[in-house]
Every structure is written in structure tokens, then in C-alpha cells.
Design a protein around this ligand. Structure first.
Ligand code: ATP
Ligand code: MG
Length: 576
């Protein structure tokens, strides 16, 4: 992991040098090129931040370009969602670009390659093409159609375009080298027949260009200077360069690869996420347990915390798996600053304060943020009947349990000191209500006689609160690496990743709850309204993140620090 420091990461170093050497007239143009075949995930955020930030840093521009050359899989809903995600992250891109807008130009480039004798129409079947391609250890064989004349190629390609052939009958291939150790150079496919209607070009085309051909040419047509992509495209770079070298194109962008983002306890791949959605292991693409930007946003993630996370993990050439705990701590840091505090009880236990006047309701002042005066105060109500958390009571508590127990006194946040005098149980012996007394002299929480009361607990006025459901989320997978031992992802799903609490109580304080407006439930964590599942008068709330990292504690328990520690050896200087 490399933190972004003053010198920046290796890509920044390359771009800086290029600018200093006046390469591309000192211009920097980048692009973020998603294929609109699914929703973006946090891995894409890394690429978005990198591309837009490099453009910002060097006064350049970054295009949003939809790589929409495969009509079978692409949809308008994905385009809309991608645009909204990039905007949500706070980046400006003007009008988006579409690879499909270049279909005419790409066709002309293909014709240019044919005329130069660098592309041919091949009529092998798909199986034969695969067979002729060879393997990683064996060279391929030339297709028997490789030496078709320019005229014949031209004629067949025109007829492919005119819809005279069925899918799979003919393909257009680059003529490079069937014995290249790089499989991508073994006469790669440039165009195939696809009788599919395209969301943007309709039925104008029945041949569509392949990704490798489309991508480099789109980059060039847009004047991209630095084409930043993830490591799996390293082996495609020779084809990227070959295509641009053979053709008369506006410019030759430099492709630079970086490592993809991987995070433990989740998967960052559209294809794998799609399986989880389609097989109903989660409830849609915006399920708050998913690492999709839609899911994270619905859960209450802020765009600032995601950008901070991308900054901290940096950009490198080496694959690694980042701890989910780091992402969550970026989120907590951000929410701790911003989220107003409120009180809510997730697992309620009734408390009756027997010496409190029957029909009195008092208004108490509560701070919206313990450190930030500027966030102001609010008034909350108090009465004879309140709710407290079941976990804040123990019938037979150990000494250090500074909450409620028979005969024990606690502070009710912003209110009074109360002492538990009795408990009421149901026939099974479960405690269903606490009887308490309060000390009227302790309004605000302090005893005039100076007696010490250690514990402070939260509460909600039972006569003035909102009933709500709360969804608690945990990691989607049980194992750090969901595909460990080459196991199927699904076997590793965490069966407890979603818990629904049906009977929660929330203070009635600030009117409407809002989606994406995260509040802290004091002592419990950060929460926000789930707009999708809530109905009028029946809110459903998402837990965005807990206050502390429960998994870190668990990891510590499972791997306790070794006792007989070796004396510390001096660290060797790290190799750069
Ligand atoms: P997936 O494997 O999730 O389907 P993809 O690479 O097919 O992703 P694209 O729409 O092609 O998705 O991705 C757009 C851009 O985002 C590409 O430049 C790709 O390199 C980058 N990208 C995708 N996933 C990650 C990731 N996990 N980390 C960094 N960049 C990523
Ligand atoms: Mg891809």
C-alpha cells in the first residue's frame, strides 16, 4: 500500500514528467471508460478518482466514455446509474461520450486496415478458430482464409455490414502473428456479426467492433493522452499499440496499468455480483450489503469517505487485498464529524419511573454533537414511561457493569439519575419491565451532593417516539477471501449478513428522517433512512456502520498477541 504523498504515485510521476517534457503539448487528457453492462462498484471508484484527479492536478480533462460496443449486454438503466454515481462522487465530466458514436469512424478504420493488407475476413467456425489459435505453450496455425485478396476482403466485409451473413459465418481479424507468445496478437477478432439492436444506434449496425479495437481508437479520437487501466490489460497493450501504429489516427495515447482494488470479505467484479443478484442471494443491485456504489450510497456511505479511502490505499502495480476495516474506519471518521446525534433504542425494555408525576411531560435540551457547538441543540421529551436498551440491564450484573441492575443507579442521558427498584417478569421468567425511581434534584444528569454515578445510558420517551424497523448489516461473506480454496462464492456467504429488528424506538425530534442523511444513534452506531423500503408512517432504517470495529476485536481474540515476544530486531531498510 502506498499512501498518496507529496510526490504522488507512479502514474502521477509519469504524467508529471510528460508535462515537464512538453509531451502532447503539455496536455493531459484521461477518461473513465465503463461498459454499461452493470452497476459500478467501489473498485470502479478507484479508477474514477485516479482518472479525474490526474486530470484535475494537471489542468487537463477527464472524459466519461461509455464503452458500449456489445449491444447484447448493455442497457440504459446502467448508463443512468453510472452517470449518477460519477456525479455523486463529485466529479464533473460535461457531456458523456459513447464508443457507439464512433461506429462510422471505426468502420472506416477497419476498411483502412483491409486496404493495407492488415486485416482479413475469416470464415472458420468458432470452434475451428479456437483450435487454430493454439495454446499458451503451442503456437497457432494460420487460418486458410488469411491470404484472401484485399478485394475479396473488402467485398465480404461490406456484405457483413449489409447483413448478408448470419452470426458466426464470418469475422474480421487483424493479420498479426499466429505464433506470437502473446495470444492477443494471434490474429485477434476486430469485428463480428451481431444481429442485435443497439440502445443508441438502433438497427443501423449488424456488425460490432470488439473491445480491443474500439478502445484504443476511441481513446485516440478523443485526444486521450494517458489511458489508465487495470493490470489485466497489460497483455493487451501490444495490440493497443499495434492498432494505433498501423492506422492513421489523431494521436497515440499511452496505456498505463495499475492494480485493481480488492477488499476482503467481498467481491469486486460485476460478473460475480450479478450472480449474487440474479440468484437472489441479495435483494437487488442496490442491496446495502453489496460493494456497489448504489448499495453503499443507500446504506449511508458518504462519497467523501470513499474518496478518502481511495486516497489512502493509493495506486500501485502490485495486487493486494485491502482490509474492509480500513474502508469502515474512513467512513466512521467522516460520519463522526458530520452526523448529528439522536437517541434510539433497538431492543426496547420498558421502564416505569414510579415517583415521576403521571401526566407530566418535560422538555430537555440535548446537544446535536458533543464537540460541535455550531451543530446546535434540540429539545427532547421525558415522561413517566421510557424505553431503554435490553442490553443495558442485567438481573445479576458483575461489578463492572455500569448500567442498570436491581438497586443500581445510572444516568439517563440529558435527563435524570434513576435507580432500579424492581423488575416485572412474564410467566417464562423473562424481564419485561423495570420499575425505577428518579431523583428530581438531578435534572441534566448531575447529583447536587456530588455522588458518583459512572454509567450513562440512552433512552427514548415511550409516550413520544417513532416506531421503526432497523436493518443491521454485517459482512456479506464469512471468509476474508470469498473464493478461498477455489470454492464457490455462494458457499462462503455469511448467513447472518442481514438482521431485521422489527420493534425499535426512535426519539421524535427533528421531523422527517431522510435517505442518505446519516445520524448517530448514541452508543449504537450510524444509521440512515432506507427510502426504498420505508412507507409513510413506517420508516425502515439502515445501520450504516457500527461505532467500533467488532471484527478487529474478533481477529484479536482469534490471534492473541504472542506472549514471549522476541526482542525486537532492527528493521532492515525497505527496498524501494
Ligand atoms: P468488472 O470486472 O467488475 O466487470 P470491468 O473491468 O469489466 O469490471 P469496466 O466497466 O470495463 O468493468 O470498467 C471500467 C474501468 O474501471 C476500467 O478501466 C477498469 O479497469 C476499471 N476497474 C474495474 N474494476 C476495478 C477495480 N476493482 N479496481 C480498479 N479499477 C477497476
Ligand atoms: Mg471490463
Amino acid at each position: 500500500m502506498e499512501a498518496e504523498n507529496s510526490k504522488g504515485h507512479f502514474i502521477e510521476t509519469i504524467i508529471k514528467e510528460d508535462v515537464e517534457n512538453n509531451k502532447n503539448d503539455g496536455q493531459v487528457v484521461t477518461r473513465f471508460p465503463p461498459e454499461p453492462n452493470g452497476y459500478l462498484h467501489i473498485g470502479h471508484a478507484k479508477s474514477i478518482c485516479l482518472n479525474f484527479k490526474m486530470a484535475q492536478k494537471f489542468n487537463g480533462r477527464c472524459n466519461l466514455r461509455f464503452d458500449d460496443s456489445n449491444p447484447a449486454k448493455e442497457k440504459q438503466v446502467y448508463i443512468d446509474s453510472i452517470e449518477s454515481a460519477v456525479k455523486w462522487l463529485g466529479f464533473e465530466y460535461g457531456t458523456p461520450f459513447y464508443a457507439s458514436d464512433y461506429f462510422d469512424r471505426l468502420y472506416e478504420f477497419a476498411v483502412e486496415l483491409i486496404q493495407k493488407g492488415k486485416a482479413y475476413v475469416c470464415s472458420l467456425s468458432a470452434d475451428q478458430t479456437r483450435e487454430y489459435r493454439g495454446t499458451l505453450t503451442e503456437p497457432g496455425k494460420n487460418s486458410p482464409y488469411r491470404d484472401r485478396s484485399v478485394e475479396e476482403n473488402q467485398d465480404l466485409f461490406t456484405r457483413m455490414k449489409n447483413g448478408e451473413f448470419d452470426e458466426g459465418e464470418h469475422i474480421l481479424r487483424a493479420k498479426i502473428d499466429m505464433s506470437s507468445p502473446n495470444m492477443n496478437l494471434r490474429d485477434p477478432i476486430l469485428y463480428r456479426v451481431k444481429k442485435a439492436s443497439h440502445p443508441r444506434t438502433g438497427d443501423k449496425w449488424c456488425i460490432y467492433p470488439m473491445y480491443d479495437f474500439t478502445h484504443c481508437l476511441s481513446d485516440s479520437l478523443e485526444g486521450v493522452t494517458h489511458s489508465l487501466c487495470s493490470l489485466e490489460f497489460e497483455d493487451h497493450r501490444p495490440l493497443y499499440d499495434w492498432t494505433l501504429d498501423e492506422l492513421d489516427t489523431p494521436c497515440h495515447p499511452q496505456q498505463i496499468e495499475f492494480a485493481r482494488m480488492n477488499i476482503n470479505y467481498t467481491v469486486l467484479s460485476k460478473r460475480k455480483l450479478q450472480r449474487l443478484v440474479e440468484k437472489d442471494h441479495v435483494q437487488g443491485w442496490d442491496d446495502p450489503r453489496l460493494p456497489t456504489l448504489e448499495g453503499m450510497r443507500r446504506r449511508g456511505y458518504t462519497s467523501e469517505s470513499i474518496k478518502k479511502f481511495c486516497d489512502i490505499i493509493g495506486v500501485s502495480k502490485k495486487d493486494s487485498r485491502i482490509d474492509m476495516g480500513l474502508l469502515e474506519s474512513c467512513l466512521r471518521d467522516d460520519l463522526n464529524e458530520k452526523a448529528p446525534r439522536v437517541m434510539a433504542v433497538l431492543k426496547p425494555l420498558k421502564v416505569t419511573i414510579i415517583n415521576y408525576p403521571d401526566d407530566l411531560t418535560e422538555e430537555l435540551m440535548a446537544k446535536n454533537h458533543p464537540q460541535k457547538e455550531e451543530m446546535g441543540t434540540r429539545s427532547i421529551t421525558f415522561s413517566k414511561e421510557i424505553w431503554v436498551e435490553q442490553d443495558d440491564f442485567m438481573e445479576d450484573p458483575p461489578k463492572k457493569f455500569f448500567r442498570l441492575g436491581p438497586g443500581r443507579e445510572v444516568r439517563l442521558r440529558y435527563a435524570y439519575l434513576v435507580t432500579c427498584t424492581d423488575v416485572i417478569k412474564d410467566e417464562d421468567g423473562t424481564v419485561i419491565e423495570l420499575i425505577c425511581t428518579y431523583d428530581p434534584e438531578t435534572k441534566g444528569g448531575n447529583a447536587p451532593d456530588g455522588r458518583k454515578v459512572k454509567g450513562t445510558i440512552h433512552w427514548v420517551n415511550a409516550n413520544d417516539c417513532i416506531d421503526t424497523k432497523v436493518k443491521l448489516y454485517d459482512r456479506l461473506f464469512k471468509d476474508e477471501n470469498p473464493e478461498k480454496d477455489k470454492r464457490d462464492l455462494v458457499e462462503n456467504l455469511n448467513p447472518d449478513s442481514l438482521q431485521l429488528l422489527e420493534n425499535c424506538k426512535l426519539e421524535k425530534c427533528r421531523g422527517e428522517l431522510e435517505a442518505e442523511h446519516v445520524v448517530q444513534f448514541e452508543r449504537l452506531g450510524y444509521f440512515c433512512l432506507d427510502a426504498k423500503e420505508s412507507t409513510k408512517g413506517a420508516p425502515v432504517i439502515n445501520r450504516t456502520v457500527t461505532l467500533r470495529d467488532a471484527w478487529a476485536k474478533l481477529a484479536k481474540k482469534n490471534n492473541p498477541p504472542r506472549k514471549n515476544k522476541q526482542p525486537k530486531r532492527k528493521k532492515r531498510p525497505q527496498q524501494k
